[in-house]
Each structure stands twice: as C-alpha cells, then as structure tokens.
Design a protein around this ligand. Structure first.
Ligand code: GUN
Length: 172
C-alpha cells in the first residue's frame, strides 16, 4: 500500500479524521444537543449536525449515496472536488467546489435532500499541488444513518440507465 504523504496524513491526524463508509475521511464537529430535536416523518432528529470531510489521493471518491436531509457544503483547503448530483427525475448535474471563484469554483454548495451525490478529488499531474481536498458539511435536519442510502450499482443502473458510465465510475 502507498504510504500517506506528510500533507494529507498531517491533516488526518490534526483534524482527527476517520475513514467514512462513503469513501474519504470525516469527523463530526457539531451536533445541536442544546436545542430541542425535530419531529420528522421518519422520527426524532437533531436540528443540525456538521462534519469535516476530506478526499485524498488514496481515497479520492465519495461514492453514490442519497440523504433525506439538505446538506450545505463549504470548501476549505486543497484541490478542487467535483460533485455529481442526480435528482429524482434523473437530471445529472456537475459542480466543482474549489478555492478559485474566477475558475467557476463553488465555495458553498447546497445539495437538497433526496438528491443522489457522488464526489471525486480532481486529478492533478502537478506534484506541488495538495494531495487532498477538505470541505465541511452542515446537515439539516441532523445526520442519521437511517436517512442515508448507499447506492448499489444494480439499483442505480435500474433506476437511471441513461447515466450508466457515471454510476459505474462511482459505485463501490
Ligand atoms: N455525512 C454527513 N454528516 C455525517 C455524520 O455526521 N456522520 C456520518 N457518518 N456521515 C455524515
């Protein structure tokens, strides 16, 4: 296995991140324990949760998954990350989060609840470039595993056959 570079390993250590089931690394940084929870049709939920989320050269893909909650993404550091978003009607859109608005990078990205999402660290030949991209996510209502579905290739191909290439590229 490739050994982690000082850059990405330092961030993983300093921010105390752990591998995420979707790919990449994360740590929850906030949950709204000091406020009454919300009653939703799926049960009681925290009002808001937040995480750091890191993609690296050795774990560059956030695989297709869907969340019932809205998720706001905030870019922090490193290389751009490309997001692939697939809504319930099968419309696929692409957005790039990154540090440079003049290149069309988004600093914030809203992914509405019910949207399928995959993400990928933008590749780079430049050895001087960061080997990671770091964002935060704010999830409202707060994140619960019951609200998250990891996409399987079979299930997604059946539902969205017109997007076979992207589905195959980003399923585990
Ligand atoms: N994705 C977005 N927020 C969270 C969280 O709090 N925990 C996990 N495991 N995944 C998330």
């Amino acid at each position: 296995m490739e050994s982690a570079s000082p850059q990405r390993q330092a961030l993983i250590d300093q921010l105390q991140l752990e591998p995420h089931v979707e790919g990449g690394y994360f740590r929850r940084t906030y949950q709204s324990d000091n406020r009454p929870s919300l009653d939703t049709e799926y049960g009681s939920r925290l009002r808001l949760t937040s995480i750091y989320y890191l993609l690296t050269d050795d774990s560059p893909i956030g695989h297709w998954h869907l969340n019932r909650s809205d998720i706001l993404h905030f870019f922090h550091l490193g290389r751009p990350i490309t997001y692939y978003l697939l809504d319930a009607s099968g419309n696929l859109s692409t957005q790039v989060m990154g540090p440079d608005p003049s290149l069309g990078h988004q600093l914030q990205l809203l992914v509405p609840g019910g949207t399928w999402k995959a993400s990928c660290l933008t590749s780079s030949e430049d050895k001087a470039e960061a080997d990671y991209g770091l964002i935060s996510e704010a999830v409202c209502p707060g994140f619960e595993f019951d609200d998250m579905t990891l996409g399987t290739e079979t299930q997604l191909l059946q539902r969205f056959p017109q997007h076979a290439e992207m589905i195959r590229r980003f399923t585990q």
